[in-house]
Write a protein that binds this ligand. Structure first.
Ligand code: SRM
Ligand code: SF4
Length: 575
């Protein structure tokens, strides 16, 4: 830690190890955050600069805290470079939608904003929210302003803060879904940065001359977190949010039909870097049980512990999982209990039996109806496969259904009253949403791919643009071995960051170069065991040959009820 940093820390009275750990040099992003005047930086100037479609360099980091990323069209890089033109810069905006919920009015607004300012495609993410891509610099403010009119925001959807809080998506699965779901919102609000900069920069709120108490941020101070931070809530037996892949996972504990609290888990994170053995994917460790009343405090103090002990020098090693390597699980628990002023109770028994979405029509205990619609890789658009976007707009216009997003990138047409069901069902049929969902095979319905090309700057290989055609070729292999109805969880990511949670799949493809993927197998179906790399750098032909061989052995030798993931682990990973 530099002497200068140490002095600032002493002034602030921060607990050890404060801004960095001994001997560590702070990463450049740390300087950008503390010097940003509450995440304002020079964003206003960057926005008005006509010379470039990009932002000033430091602002490219700061804009993430406002829920946006500067990107460029990677399909057009070569052409632009050849013409000596600057890359085609545009912005992706990600909404903050705790638990992934939109009213019909908000869906209509989202549809309109997408058409007016972005590529038009509405992308449902693996964290139950929405991204719009291809927004030009001059359209950012109008986009945020239109969202604001619909009571939607993108505050802290990205950046070194708590991200979109996820929550089990299917209200029909639990009588206390709404109560648990409310926690997603409470946690999201609790962990919002206090700065008013979002309102000033994007919505023209007047900046107060004096920094007022409203800007004091005891949680994030002026340095925010060392890295992104993620929280998810699961309602067993469904682990549809992949709860253990979060920095903090809450597993609802229900006794006598009453929510009594949560098992709290810490230290999940899926990213690794090719060639960097210090990085690895990890599932969160369940630490103990907290009551409903203790939950917010416990979550808050895991965040403060990560704020104070996380690595601020090497961003590759800055997530909570690496902080746990330093503190140990027991050390983290002790620190957490000290900060909370109460002890965590013994872990309460829980069991996950699936991670899937329940497609089609389902009814909940109050008689409300839910239609879970299969969306391939979360993309809502009208194309040769169907008028999905128009269909959802027409449904939203009736005002008779809410929209809930799942962690598997699907949409639930939700909370439909019995009396309104015929009207919604008519539209579902008219636009063939039921056929589209029913006709998708088991593998496709349980697959996820991340965005990757053409917008993700970190992509090494294709994912959402490629997986559908790869599945077309894998399906006949499954059928050949009588496995077409097997609900194997297959996920693909264009790089090892794991945005499509490929390390937590029964079959995971991780891009290494254009057209090449590492093949990982042996993850379980419920999300409690990660997979292991089985083969490196496979091209499509090699992928298909390898899977054909694996499926053949699995079909012949599996035990009754044994999943592909469990079989692979026993047969090829442990042996
Ligand atoms: Fe992610 C970065 C897309 C879920 C781990 N992720 C990115 C960026 C923003 C690329 C960048 O940094 O410039 C991608 C934007 C692509 C684009 O053009 O839209 C991106 N991540 C996504 C989404 C949209 C994938 C999807 O197809 O749904 C998901 C948006 C979630 C959301 O709504 O908030 C998404 N990202 C995840 C997940 C899965 C999850 O959270 O359940 C992970 C793995 C879990 C985890 O965090 O460990 C994930 N994304 C990352 C990482 C690696 C973080 C790390 O610990 O090192 C990066 C890179 C980074 O942060 O430096 C990243
Ligand atoms: Fe981009 Fe990699 Fe995330 Fe895919 S996994 S969206 S390629 S960062």
């Amino acid at each position: 830690m530099s002497e200068q940093n140490q002095n600032i820390d002493e002034e602030l009275g921060l607990p050890l190890p404060r801004r960095g750990n001994k001997g560590e040099v702070l990463s450049p992003v740390e300087r950008i955050k503390t010097a940003s005047d509450g995440l304002r930086g020079t964003l206003k100037e960057s926005l008005t600069s006509q010379l470039t479609g990009a932002l000033y360099e430091d602002d490219q980091s700061l804009i993430k805290f406002h829920g946006m990323y500067q990107q460029d069209d990677r399909d057009r890089r070569e052409e632009r470079t050849a013409k000596k033109l600057e890359w085609l810069f545009s912005y992706m905006i990600r909404l903050r939608l705790p638990g992934g919920f939109l009213t019909p009015e908000q869906w209509v607004a989202l549809h309109e904003v997408a058409g007016k300012h972005s590529t038009g495609t509405i992308k449902i993410t693996t964290r139950q929210t929405v991204q719009l891509h291809g927004i030009l610099k001059s359209h950012i403010k109008p986009t945020i302003s239109d969202f604001n009119l619909a009571k939607l925001d993108s505050i802290a959807a990205c950046g070194d803060v708590n991200r979109n809080v996820t929550c089990s998506a299917h209200p029909n699965e639990s009588e206390i879904h709404e109560e648990v779901f409310a926690f997603a919102d409470k946690i999201s609000v609790m962990a919002l940065p206090k700065t008013r900069s979002y309102y000033e920069i994007w919505l023209d709120e007047e900046k107060l001359a004096e920094k007022t108490e409203t800007e004091d941020d005891p949680l994030y101070q002026d340095r925010y977190l060392p890295r992104k931070f993620k929280i998810g809530i699961a309602i067993p037996p469904n682990n549809d949010v992949d709860v253990l892949t979060n920095d903090v996972g809450l597993i609802a504990v229900i006794e006598n039909n009453k929510l009594i609290g949560f098992n709290i888990a810490a230290g999940g994170g899926l990213s690794s870097t090719h060639g960097n053995p210090n990085t690895y994917a990890r599932l969160a460790t369940v630490l103990g049980f907290v009551t409903v009343e203790q939950t917010l405090k416990a979550v808050y103090e895991v965040i403060t512990t990560q704020r104070d002990y996380g690595n601020r020098s090497d961003r590759k090693l800055a997530r909570l999982k690496y902080t746990i390597d330093r503190l140990t699980v027991e050390g983290l628990k002790e620190e957490l209990e000290k900060r909370c002023g109460f002890k965590l109770a013994e872990i309460k028994p829980y069991r996950f039996t699936s991670r899937k979405d329940h497609y089609g029509w389902k009814k909940n205990h109050q008689g409300k109806w839910y239609f879970t619609l299969f969306l391939e890789n979360g993309r809502v658009l009208d194309d040769e496969l169907g008028a999905m976007k128009t269909a959802l707009l027409e449904i939203a216009k009736t005002g008779k259904a809410n929209f809930r997003f799942t962690g598997n990138q699907n949409v639930i047409i939700a909370d439909v009253m019995e009396a309104d069901k015929p009207a919604i069902e008519k539209l579902v049929k008219e636009f063939k949403l039921d056929e589209h969902t029913a006709n998708a095979g088991a593998l496709r319905k349980n697959a996820i791919a991340c965005v990757a090309f053409n917008t993700c700057p970190l992509a090494l290989a294709e994912a959402q643009r490629y997986l559908p055609t790869l599945i077309d070729k894998i399906e006949p292999l499954l059928a050949k071995h009588g496995l077409q109805d097997d609900e194997i969880i297959l996920r693909m990511t264009g790089c090892p960051n794991g945005c499509g949670r490929s390390p937590a799949a029964e079959i995971g493809f991780v891009g290494t170069a254009y057209g090449q993927y590492n093949l990982h197998i042996g993850g379980d179906r419920e999300g409690e065991r990660l997979n292991t790399k089985y083969k490196d750098n496979l091209n499509e032909e090699e992928i298909l040959t390898t899977l054909d061989e694996l499926f053949e052995v699995y079909a012949k030798e599996r035990n009754s009820g044994e999943t592909f993931g469990d079989f692979s682990q026993r047969k090829w990973i442990l042996n």
